[in-house]
Design a protein around this ligand. Sequence first.
Ligand code: ASP
Length: 593
Amino acid sequence: MRTHYCAALRATDIEQTVTLCGWVDRRRDHGGVIFIDLRDRSGVVQIVSDPERTPASYSDAEKLRNEYVVRITGRVSGRPADSLNPKLPTGEIEIYADHIELLNAVHQQLPFQVASSDHETVREDLRLKYRYLDLRRDRMTQNLQLRHAVVKAMRRFLEDQEHFIEVETPILTRSTPEGARDYLVPSRVNPGEWYALPQSPQLFKQLLMVAGCDRYYQIARCFRDEDLRADRQPEFTQLDMEMSFMGQEEILALNEALLCHIFKTVKGVDLPRPFPRLTYAEAMDRYGCDRPDTRFGLELVDVSDTLKDCGFKVFSGAVKSGGMIKVLPIPGGDHISNMRIKPGGDLFTEATIAGAKGIAYIRVREGGEIDTIGAIKDNLTPEQKAALLTKTGAEPGTLLLFGAGDTATVNKSLDRLRQVVGAQLGMIDPDQVNLLWVTDFPMFEYNADEKRLEALHHPFTAPHPEDLADLATARAQAYDVIFNGIEIGGGSLRIYQRDVQEKVFATIGLSDEEAREKFGFLLDAFDYGTPPHGGIAYGLDRLVMLLAGEDSIRDVIAFPKTQQARSLLTDAPAGVADSQLKELYIASTYDPE
Ligand code: ASP
């Protein structure tokens, strides 16, 4: 049908006769000369038709409208000097259309302009409803192609350089605990029983290691029925990997090489190696969060020891009740007004969203003087004041913002303030790429609702060998990769001994029977010669989003769902016939009233 893609033509093709297929991106009638931007997935090229030079196509060209599908044969010509378009790869040429064949017209009013030159912002619900039109647009075409390039780079590296094989794992399976709710599928042939869709291929990839597969990867769809906070999708894609006979250092090194390969291939960027590392404890201490954005400083300082005995009750009380006092020092932050820190101010609001009751502050003046509310100023001894200034390294002009209270809230609120202030002060270079490992996460965290410990990563993560004596407080051999403050991947070394796995199940409150019932197949497998193994999974959607410079993963997924977990295109989820439910032995208890 065609000889070239539209955007493939260059000045070196002048005088060739070519046949192109695509959509009319736009059509301009310049009184007797018709210009058509013809678009396919590669981009656009200009087609010309006029009654003198291309009499055979002129009347067909007149009938074309935006988004008509056409096939055009014509001669490639150099553009006149005054109409060169350096912004287009095909901007030096145009094609005189000898023949235009209309393959299909548009029969309804377009819901929005598709033209790649059109930067009009279209409402997202419209884009999602007419996704096939939205995907024709330049930005989305680029995003899909970038996603493909990323996956291709992953495959090339893992398969060709590192001897991984891709293995598919079941979609209809049992619950795999990654901390979210399962999507369930009723079994018609096993009445009353249910499959769960995988939250990740975790257990299967471990079983593949027991099976001797040695190095596995999969571009894997995962399903998590989470309340759709922020930018989540009920189904999303991971690059999932597992490997045998490798320690943590080897796994991290291999993954650094993988990420470097991806960045080099799709962005042309050489990332410095090795990636910096922080332990979880360091990350929490210095940044108040386990996925810090290290493109800027503004590190937190723990001043609990310095101020625990001071007369200001908010400070001393925090430490007495087992919490802490921490400072976010902002050099040159003097221009941040009290209004912003006090109730009603934007920084105050940020802190309260994170659970803090407010923000205490001190302004550092010349000669070691400080400026703050009386309750603080009058209750600090000269020694405490001096120690505070030394500890925070605060120069005159520095604004100290305090968090005091339980450790989690202090960290959460100061982390938030740090990010807001860092962005407002222009401390973040948007072109910088900081990749970072965070390691040594705790094995467990306390779930106050269920009054039990739960696995921070998942219960198959191996404890640190030095911490086996007290599992409850043990560090995990787990690691996350952070990209400019966003977690893009995480994994761990796994437990491969039955007794250790049973202890971990017991620690999270799983009885022997429950453990047998849910994970008996895994425990049994451990008895049949399981190699030491470990792995990692990357959030593909997030990684591609960051590489594309997009703000939402919806913009790098071909057919995403809304925040209400709906497809506006197919209108899923939808009701089903009663007969279908009956076959499945299901009756709905939903009552819209
Ligand atoms: N299965 C884990 C996850 O989905 C990743 C891993 O531990 O490899 O987060």
